[in-house]
Design a protein around this ligand. Structure first.
Ligand code: SAH
Length: 398
């Protein structure tokens, strides 16, 4: 049994939690200092001692914990997590049934009722990501629940405990079952992906962009020259090439991106020699492209929310307009810019304003073709809009 404690909500915040807001914040509690141990169950009460909700204490970004239940008598045990996982699985039936996609999210934190944990599926293997020590305290219950709900080849984990969600480096992320091959080849809408379940913080693919990749391949890439910036393992480039792009150019600062991108082309039987992979700071590349008067039919922008390189610091909320202006200058007339951000700090409306501002400052015109937020497997809690962090806009330069 986990420790349990009663804490009092400041009266201004009672209705917010009665209404179902899932994130527990320190500021809403009268006496937060009474709870010190992560994993402790916190019963939130009004000043008149009326029960509002049950949470666990876990430190994550600005959060102090996540609401688990609004039923005072519910215990947080294997049965509790089994119910949550079963419900989550029922929302992914169409993904399990589709042989052309074997990598997707099966449990998306607060979107599936328990914040601080995600579970991804990779062709028979499961990857649990723990976002706080608090939720990791429940690992036995959660593992038992998962094992009872699914057939699995193996289960892996990533620990992202520190306040910025940084990966806790361990020699081994494997938990149980059999080990996956390295690489493990998974499918997404018919394309192949080489992933590594036990090789550092990331596996090699960001599952939240699946609809965007498919759209690039099926609707935009044909006969086009495509510049993919912040390309990582080149996922967008691969989909563009599979959509018969004339040529793709992938630019990323990380040295490993060259080998990783080459591998993704190879597992899709695309001749790497026909594509360009450049290891460089994109801001230098933009300068080079302008000097050489390069123009692309399509430019993809998918920067991290925040990044520091030797010469530049990039923050999506401060610098996205500048980034767009760089891209606009090397996109041909009638061409497409795919602007993406995973920054939870601003809304889609603000992002659309950034786009308007960039074109206005360059005295250019544009048309928004379509936009995307998180795909269906990344379930979002309607009471927690911040959870729908992804914003992708397809913009035509007129
Ligand atoms: N678009 C990718 C994911 C991008 S992740 C995909 O769809 O899979 C962010 C990437 O940006 C990382 O690979 C990181 O190495 C790269 N990066 C960060 N700052 C950069 C910079 N200034 N220039 C080039 N790449 C950068």
């Amino acid at each position: 049994m986990k420790k349990e404690i009663n804490l009092i909500l400041k009266s201004d915040y009672v209705s917010q939690y009665e209404d179902g807001y899932p994130l527990l914040l320190k500021e809403v509690l009268v006496d937060f200092e009474k709870v010190t141990q992560e994993g402790t169950i916190v019963n939130l009460l009004t000043s008149k001692k009326k029960f509002v909700a049950k949470a666990y204490h876990g430190l994550q970004n600005k959060g102090f914990g996540w609401i688990l239940s609004r039923d005072q008598s519910e215990s947080i045990d294997t049965t509790y997590f089994t119910t949550k996982i079963k419900t989550a699985l029922s929302h992914r039936e169409s993904f399990y049934a589709d042989d052309s996609t074997t990598a997707f999210r099966v449990f998306n934190g607060e979107g599936d009722g328990v914040g601080g944990i995600t579970i991804d599926y990779f062709d028979g293997y499961y990857m649990i990501t723990w976002y706080s020590i608090g939720i990791y305290e429940y690992r036995e219950d959660i593992l038992n629940a998962l094992k009872s709900c699914v057939e699995y080849k193996g289960i892996y984990q990533k620990k992202r405990f520190d306040s910025k969600g940084m990966y806790l480096d361990e020699t081994d992320d494997f938990i149980t079952g059999e080990r996956a091959s390295e690489p493990l080849i998974v499918k997404e809408n018919g394309a192949n992906f080489a992933i590594y379940l036990d090789d550092g913080a990331m596996v090699g693919i960001f599952l939240d962009q699946k609809d965007v990749r498919k759209t690039i391949r099926d609707k935009y890439a044909k006969e086009k020259t495509v510049l993919n910036t912040f390309s990582y393992t080149g996922a967008f480039s691969v989909f563009a090439a599979l959509g018969k792009a004339k040529k793709t150019t992938s630019v990323d600062l990380a040295k490993r991106s060259l080998a990783k991108t080459t591998e993704q082309f190879e597992v899709n039987k695309i001749d790497v020699d026909t594509q360009e992979i450049i290891v460089e700071d994109v801001f230098n590349y933009f300068k080079y492209a302008v000097r050489k008067k390069l123009l692309f039919d399509m430019v993809i922008l998918d920067p991290p929310s925040f990044a520091r390189s030797k010469k530049h610091t990039f923050s999506a909320s401060k610098d996205y307009v500048k980034l767009l202006k760089e891209a606009i200058q090397i996109t041909c007339k009638g061409g497409i810019i795919v602007a993406s951000t995973n920054s939870a700090n601003f809304s889609m409306m603000t992002f659309r304003d950034f786009i308007k501002r960039a074109f206005k400052e360059l005295k250019g015109n544009h048309k928004v073709q379509e936009s995307f937020t998180l795909p269906k497997d990344f379930r979002v809690n309607p009471k927690f809009k911040e959870g729908d962090y992804l914003k992708v806009v397809f913009i035509r330069k007129l």
